[in-house]
Design a protein around this ligand. Sequence first.
Ligand code: MLT
Ligand code: ZN
Length: 451
Amino acid sequence: MSDLLDVLGEIVGAQHVLTDGDLKAQYETDWTRRFHGSSLAVVRPGDTGEVSSVIRACAEAGVPLTVQGGNTGLVGGATPAGGDVLLSLGRLTEMAEVDLLEGQVTAGAGVTLERLQQHARPHGLDVGVDLAARSAATVGGLVATNAGGLRVVRYGSMRDQLTGIEAVLADGSVVTRLAGLAKDNTGYDLTQLLAGSEGTLAVITKVRLRLVPLLPTRAVALVAVSGVPAAIELLATARAGLASLSAAELFLADGLDLVRAHGKLNAPFAEAYPAYVTLECSARTDPTDELLEVLGESEAVLDATVASDATGVARLWAYRETHTEAISAAGVPVKLDVSVPLRELAGLVDDLPGTVAGAAPGARVLIFGHLGEGNLHVNVLEAGDRSEAVSEAVLELVASRHGSISSEHGVGRAKAHYLGLSRSDAEIAAMRRIKQAMDPAGTLNPGVLLA
Ligand code: MLT
Ligand code: ZN
């Protein structure tokens, strides 16, 4: 192995091959602290050519690679399995000028979402995807996992922003489609194939994204409702009545209690309610009036507070956005990211506490998520050694309600064994054939997505 490490040092520079346990530690544990693994080395290439040479060297040595961006994933998909080389793409931080003619931008895989937003916004443009981990999550990882986030209700997921890609295949060859053509029917769409492939088919080194207009005015409403059926009723009203709707999020009473205690936040209302919806509108001209009008018309609204100044908007968003960090501060959660058709959502929320209690008596369940997509983040604390039993019970429940076992976080290592709950045997067989064709030696992210 020391031969391989020497070769890798020659490719990327010895200072970018980390073998010291303390230096590797931050790469070898995921954000949740639930997934750990040890790698032979963390290798940090500085450009596409170096990525290609690293992949070739590892393939020749028969050593697998785990690919990592900002290490903000929640399903163990970027955590080494053990004995592999961890390929960290954090140095691929090149950004091209914003292409104002096309309304697109090309960025290195290691550019954080926040940097890309800061790059686009002075030009009156913005990235269509936004999420709480924006300061650390990188665009390569966001595309590889087809991340969703807070604005999917308006702009779709990461794959919907994608117009091109540069990637290194398992044999070290480089595919480049960065012209950003709006129309291009020349056969298989490799760009879209790699979106959501979780590093199992190729290593994404650059992405080209379509940008959306930067909408300078925002209005946010935090709405108290009687439960999930009322939240869904409000969503339908907001979708129909608000052309400016840019987010529709859900959380429940116990989640609000937790984030308030964690962040020392004031109560948003004089009374407590069973469920809360965060609605955001973004537009060129102040959308507050149309938001207020829709809230006034909806019988689902028990109480509401609205803000359109930056401080007020941030204050209202904090009740939803700090769920992840508040839960993580309370313990290491089992995180399950699922979606069901909206007609199944209320039933799922009703069933979840009992299902979790059956698998892990005494565990604590916190549910929040992206109402617009029927996407719930089911977080289970204090599951002890019953984590797998909880995962299995919840994912089976979701499958029984025609849902997806991974809505936006990906499958990773955490859910690879459960893929059959959401995909048919024929689909999984087809996926395996694609994997076999593109990575016959199984060098890229083995054990991720396909167990
Ligand atoms: C979110 O919606 O806040 C993220 O997906 C993170 C999480 O699920 O914890
Ligand atoms: Zn989410």
